[in-house]
Design a binder for this molecule. Structure first.
Ligand code: SDX
Length: 373
């Protein structure tokens, strides 16, 4: 019988093993630091690494990109449904619905073998940006835009959203953000995907569940709320007072704090530099960088809480004119790589995930007939 450990929210509990990434002493995917991957790789190379375990050779990368391009479409029934969903549907619910619909037409949904899971992961990686962009166009009364095989996955995200070929700097900024969001050990949504996979349920069910978990504002949903914070503060002069009041009111400031990173999120440090580069020459964005910096200083000095990845990612997407309710769906477009790798790892060496609970309810008592209750 394993030793019984109780920690609220499983804080500090090692709930399994993984060879995919580690966040002990900085973030590494399959042994490579995320900084070196963001410096030197494309998102496609990193997706191949996380899914297959090795960086691709040139021929493998070319074949991988061909697989993505061949899968980068969704059928007319799905497009039609995406157009009919209520206007009020949240984009995260659309992403979750999209995965569920894709499962109906995927030829290998019920096959949990390593090879089938890998093929399904690549199809989802290719299809999810198409679902997101198609819904964005349809809800604006526009026709969806076909992907362009000449563009990278990141470039296609921007092309399919705006109908304009992205600038080099925007395509690169999107690419880096997808690399940094791709994988993060046993975070809540990834752990959710592993719990679902551990019952031998299928990859699409695990990814749909993970999207449900990521939607929450304590997790992926934070990046959309970060922009509200920046706009609510509105100027550097107001930052310190605003932060003090927020903390006095026990308000959670979105984009700060982390369950594991207590001395700073390396991804936030990396992306902050890219934000500053993208803001150059645009006064409203340079002002926002200044406001962000003063908030960061205030939160760090008042509460000792460093920013997490969501803090700069909201600015980066804002500078690329991406609608704010697409920020967390972009997290999905990237994190589907990590979720898939964890589902594959779980299926390949499975043990049902079933922790215990500490009971704090009524002690045993005798039943009474309703006339005596
Ligand atoms: C992601 O886990 C992952 O890896 C996630 C992620 C990934 O890549 O998958 O990194 C992505 O989800 C990043 C986190 C995005 N969420 C937010 O930015 C939401 C705001 N942050 C928090 O709510 C909070 O920091 C959590 C949920 C992220 C972590 O919270 P914990 O570990 O449960 O910490 P806690 O709630 O026990 O707080 C400890 C103290 C408390 O103060 P006291 O009551 O002890 O005085 O810190 C305070 C909290 O009030 N605190 C905050 C705060 N975060 C913690 N106070 C104000 N603002 C915050 N953001």
């Amino acid at each position: 019988m394993a030793e019984e450990i109780y920690s609220p929210g499983l804080e500090g509990v090692i709930a399994g093993e993984t060879a995919i990434s580690t966040i002990a002493g900085g973030l590494q995917y399959r042994g490579y630091s995320v900084e070196s991957l963001a410096d030197h790789c494309s998102f496609e190379e990193v997706a191949f690494l996380v899914l297959e375990g090795e960086l691709p050779q040139a021929n493998q990368l070319a074949a991988f990109r061909d697989q993505l391009n061949d899968a980068m479409f969704i059928n007319s029934e799905i497009v039609e449904t995406l157009g009919k969903l209520p206007e009020s549907s949240s984009m995260m619910d659309v992403m979750r619905t999209g995965v569920s619909m894709l499962a109906h037409w995927d030829p290998e949904t019920g096959d949990n073998s390593h090879e089938a899971n890998l093929r399904k992961s690549i199809r989802l990686l290719a299809q999810l940006p198409v679902v997101m962009a198609a819904r964005e166009r349809l809800r604006k009364g526009k026709k969806p835009i076909e992907p362009d095989a000449e563009l990278s996955l990141a470039g296609n995200v921007l092309w399919q959203l705006f109908g304009e070929k992205p600038t080099e700097s925007f395509a690169r900024a999107m690419d880096v953000s997808l690399i940094l969001y791709a994988e993060h050990e046993y975070n809540a949504s990834t752990f959710t995907s592993r719990v679902v996979a551990s019952t031998l349920s299928d990859l699409h069910s695990a990814i749909a569940a993970a999207i449900g978990a990521l939607k929450g504002p304590l997790h992926g949903g934070a990046n959309e709320r970060v922009l509200e914070v920046l706009q609510e503060v509105g100027s550097s002069e107001r930052a310190a007072k605003w932060v003090r009041e927020a903390l006095d009111n026990k308000r959670r400031i979105m984009g700060f704090g982390h369950r594991v990173y207590k001395t700073g999120d390396p991804r936030a440090v990396y992306l902050k530099t890219l934000c500053a580069e993208l803001a150059v020459g645009r006064s409203e964005f340079e002002d926002m960088e200044q406001i962000a910096e003063t908030i960061e200083q205030a939160v760090t000095s008042e509460k000792g809480l460093p920013p997490n990845l969501d803090w700069p990612s909201a600015r980066l997407y804002h500078y690329m004119d991406i609608p704010v309710d697409l920020y967390t769906p972009l997290f999905v477009v990237s994190r589907v790589v990590g979720w898939s790798a964890h589902v594959i790892e779980q299926h390949d060496n499975n043990r049902l995930i079933r922790p215990r609970a500490r009971y704090n309810g009524k002690s045993e008592r005798t039943w009474l007939p309703i006339s005596e209750r």
